[in-house]
Design a protein around this ligand. Structure first.
Ligand code: DGY
Length: 323
């Protein structure tokens, strides 16, 4: 039996490549780097399926370079794929929801703790040989207990992030289109408007989906509403935050600090941020655990094969293709 031809834009956990390799004829980008668009176009030529990453921009031009039957994105976010264009061409697109929820929520907590307790500054201080003995005023951070946590977007990851606050004695506020019964029951969390959340919360963490409407959801106006002692965390998508406004806010002390895992124009970041101590910067590590990345890769592979078989992939983001 002839195997489906598949292009994989970057090397993924081997378990998933092995599984996929049994069912498909694979071409995997041999280099450990993000491919240029022309290279993706070259790669998809003659292929039935594409397994791509959040770093690959998959638009109409890419789709029209092949006769793709399925696009499986190796991420829960799929703003890198022009889903409308795919739907128009009857190509199902899938993502990897659920399997990275806890890893991403845990990373948001890592950022929050790093900033609140100045972990990165402390590490740098030690490595620079500056530690000369216990100091009552050295690198004072802030307590978590008794503070207010603001969760912007209480979907899967926002909910998991909020639930993980249970041991820390925080009051929880959240914004969302829908009432989150689980958070209200488990934590006594309160649904509020964004403005109220920004005004009241000591720690604000962004977990909404990036859409044209949520771009720059937090900009200068919003940053100025926040408390001067507040910490802002973003482990969702970079464009949700106006990075230039954030750099100013951090420099001029409108807020205490920030923890970022994502950037407006990845891998670039606002250069001013690099000179600031009150921001912790990570290279998009939200789902970066061995277990999670393997689960994501297997999920993407399963979606791909399901779509190639002509069925509705389990995590199809444009099921209208099948209507
Ligand atoms: C996703 O899956 O969207 C994450 O950003 C990857 O870490």
């Amino acid at each position: 039996m002839e195997k489906w031809k598949v292009f994989v834009t970057r090397k993924l956990p081997q378990k998933a490549l092995d599984w996929l390799g049994e069912k498909c004829e694979l071409e995997v980008n041999p280099e450990n780097r993000i491919l240029k668009k022309e290279e993706v176009i070259k790669g998809v030529k003659g292929k039935d399926g594409l397994l791509c990453l959040l770093t690959d921009k998959i638009d109409a031009e890419v789709m029209d370079s092949a006769d793709l039957k399925m696009i499986a994105n190796y991420a829960v976010g799929f703003d890198n794929v022009d889903v409308k264009a795919a739907t128009k061409r009857k190509i199902p697109v899938s993502n990897t929801p659920g399997v990275l929820t806890d890893a991403t929520a845990e990373l948001a907590w890592a950022l929050l703790f790093s900033m609140a307790r100045r972990v990165v500054e402390g590490d740098k201080f030690c490595r620079a040989g500056k530690y000369k003995g216990w100091d009552p005023m050295l690198l004072l951070g802030m307590d978590l207990k008794g503070k207010t946590l603001g969760v912007v977007g209480a979907g899967r990851i926002g909910t998991a992030f909020a639930l993980k606050s249970r041991g820390f004695g925080l009051k929880v506020l959240y914004t969302d289109k829908r009432k989150n019964e689980l958070l209200e029951k488990e934590l006594g969390a309160k649904q509020v408007e964004l403005r109220e959340l920004l005004k009241e919360a000591d720690f604000v963490s962004i977990h909404t989906t990036l859409t044209p409407k949520t771009k720059h959801l937090i900009g200068e106006k919003e940053l100025r509403i926040m408390k001067p002692k507040a910490i802002l965390i973003n482990a969702s998508r970079g464009p949700m935050l106006d990075e230039k406004a954030l750099a100013r806010a951090l420099k001029e002390g409108w807020i205490f600090g920030a923890g970022l895992d994502v950037y407006e124009n990845e891998p670039e970041m606002e250069p001013e941020l690099l000179d600031l101590d009150n921001v912790v910067l990570l290279p998009h590590l939200g789902s970066a655990t061995e277990e999670t990345r393997t689960k994501m890769a297997l999920m993407a592979a399963e979606n791909l094969v399901a779509g190639l078989k002509g069925g509705v992939p389990p995590n199809c983001v444009n099921p209208e293709v099948f209507e």
